[in-house]
Design a protein around this ligand. Structure first.
Ligand code: LMR
Length: 328
């Protein structure tokens, strides 16, 4: 009996050590696709994990799986509906199968900066978007920010015509596909974890992403500079399964929700610095950043903005007007 006890204690210790969770604690798996350091989402998820594991010790335990180590964004929402993962924060471009309301965030040059995005999300329309997937079993909890998107390719891009004829990796978003087609680029949807390899081997020529993703995934290593277009945004929805959320003890749900909301406020306020640091890190790594003149940037606006017409009905003219009023 003594020997058996010793073995089971060792096994229990090994399991606990591996998972970092204690017996009896509810395990909350949070899966995401970016790096943890120097990244808006990675830093927010890590802070959330630290706070849950300290303040809810004995009740709940969060395990964060970064870098697509558990699921990539094509898989994570289905896994959530199966109960295999409890939280994730895919970009708003990754919910196409569940709702079209986020399409407004992908329209090129819709938002001037992340402050405008924040104001729009905090409007009644923005907050209602959290409930837009409820009938499909998903509940939006908070918006997390990343930053503005930049363009890169295996050749310098000054004008949109420089990109014509190239293949660009895109997120699985109809709006982004249309935006690329508008400049003569062939859009290739692909998981985030595969982009570096695809750029390196020439499966695709270019991509669009934020400074923290370009730095975190080292895209600059396999591109001929980055063009600072600020043509769109990447932002996230922290999402959970409605069934799981409803199954929580109300006091536990309240505490988790309060911690998440505080982490959101703290990290969303800090994304400007994370973004600027990532941009600087790309420069320090020896990459070239092409800054456009107002005339050159206007050429990108003129080439891409007609895409709005294709999605006006989906996103609603009143929402476009609201976004434009916030920008002003
Ligand atoms: C992408 O797929 O490029 C981004 O959505 C990745 C991310 O989560 O920022």
């Amino acid at each position: 009996a003594v020997a058996a006890l010793a073995v089971s204690a060792t096994t229990a210790f090994a399991a606990e050590h591996e998972a970092g969770c204690d017996d009896g604690e509810m395990v909350i798996k949070f899966s995401h696709v970016t790096n943890s350091d120097r990244h808006p989402k990675g830093l927010a998820a890590t802070l959330l994990q630290e706070r849950v594991n300290t303040e809810m010790n004995g009740v709940a335990c969060m395990e964060v799986y970064p870098n697509s180590t558990l699921y990539n964004d094509d898989q994570v929402l289905e896994a959530m509906l199966q109960g295999d993962v409890q939280m994730a924060a895919p970009s708003l471009s990754k919910f196409e199968q569940f709702t079209k309301v986020f399409r407004i965030f992908d329209l090129p040059f819709m938002f001037k900066n992340i402050e405008s995005v924040d104001a729009f999300q905090n409007s009644e329309t923005g907050q209602a978007m959290k409930e837009s997937m409820a009938r499909r079993g998903l509940l939006g909890l908070e918006f997390w920010h990343n930053g503005m998107k930049q363009m890169s390719a295996n050749k310098p891009l000054i004008l949109p015509t420089d990109a014509a004829g190239l293949k660009f990796r895109v997120q699985p978003s109809e709006v982004i596909k249309a935006q690329m087609e508008a400049i003569g680029v062939s859009p290739q949807p692909m998981a985030f974890s595969e982009v570096y390899g695809a750029l390196q081997t020439g499966v695709v020529d270019g991509q669009e992403n934020t400074w923290s993703n370009i730095y975190g995934q080292k895209f600059f290593e396999v591109q001929d500079g980055i063009t600072e277009t600020n043509h769109g945004i990447i932002d996230y929805m922290v999402v959970t399964s409605t069934d799981w959320w409803d199954s929580l003890d109300p006091a536990v749900r309240d505490q988790l929700s309060t911690i998440l909301s505080e982490v959101t406020t703290e990290r969303n306020a800090a994304v400007g610095q994370v973004d600027a640091d990532a941009r600087q890190a790309v420069l320090d790594a020896g990459s070239t950043i092409v800054e456009l003149t107002p005339e050159q940037r206007q050429a990108w606006v003129d080439a891409m903005s007609p895409v709005w017409d294709q999605f006006r009905e989906d996103v609603g003219q009143e929402n476009i007007d609201a976004a434009q009023a916030i920008n002003a």
